[in-house]
Design a binder for this molecule. Structure first.
Ligand code: URA
Length: 224
């Protein structure tokens, strides 16, 4: 913006519009947005269900807050609701969800023992990838959920969850197989998305290896 334009706006008592830049990769997560900061579970759930922070509020059937035990040690984070999740208001209830349940069961967890949420609380039309601006608006809700839950471990399923929570563009193939740490100290394990596993069942072995890594962290803790 030119100095002259800024002077005009000042004189009119108007605030200049400054476009929000996407967060640079590798930067620490933004502070939890004012609206969700300090909210308890119920107020946070209300804030999500009333949310109009991005255009997805115009195409959703309902928001998908997340489900599970509010004292879970394991939090699973996926990408965004699909068609079935948008209809039912619960994450991972379609075919991918059934496979996720089976993977969790094999690792010794009932679905009700973990907490499951997504990067986005609303379904992107036609299941397209979340836009950076949508993630920027929605991530504070997930960050507040993580603060409230204080899990011992985050399991990111799929590239979108992993790259957005770890703030990196490294491929999922290179992110999986080791333990990452958020700036808060929370350990994170990355694995393939169950929808990808449905298409590539040959990768199940790698997911099982990731789950064993996750179980090890839950059992023994992780030193960054
Ligand atoms: N895929 C996701 O990433 N999340 C869901 O809730 C359902 C499918």
């Amino acid at each position: 913006m030119t100095a002259r334009r800024s002077e005009y706006l000042d004189a009119l008592g108007l605030q200049a519009y400054v476009p929000r830049l996407p967060l640079p990769l590798g930067s620490p997560p933004p502070p939890v947005a004012g609206e969700s900061q300090g909210l308890g579970w119920d107020d946070l759930a209300d804030a999500v269900s009333d949310c109009r922070r991005c255009a997805l509020c115009g195409t959703r059937t309902q928001t998908v807050f997340g489900v599970g035990a509010r004292d879970a040690r394991l939090m699973v984070v996926g990408e965004a609701p699909g068609a079935e999740e948008d209809r039912q208001g619960e994450p991972f209830v379609g075919r991918a969800g059934q496979l996720l349940n089976a993977v969790l069961r094999a690792a010794g967890f009932g679905r009700e023992q973990v907490f499951i949420a997504n990067i986005l609380k609303c379904r992107p039309p036609n299941n397209r990838d979340p836009l950076p601006a949508e993630v920027e608006q929605c991530l504070p809700y997930l960050e507040r959920q993580i603060e409230l839950l204080r899990p011992a471990l985050l399991l990111c399923v799929g590239r979108i969850a992993a790259q957005n929570l770890l703030r990196t563009d490294v491929t999922i193939g290179r992110l999986r197989g080791r333990v990452h740490t958020l700036p808060s100290g929370l350990p994170v394990v990355v694995t393939y998305h169950p929808a990808y596993l449905l298409r590539s069942p040959g990768e199940k072995r790698k997911v099982w290896d990731d789950l064993k890594l996750a179980m090890g962290v839950l059992r023994d803790g992780h030193r960054a």
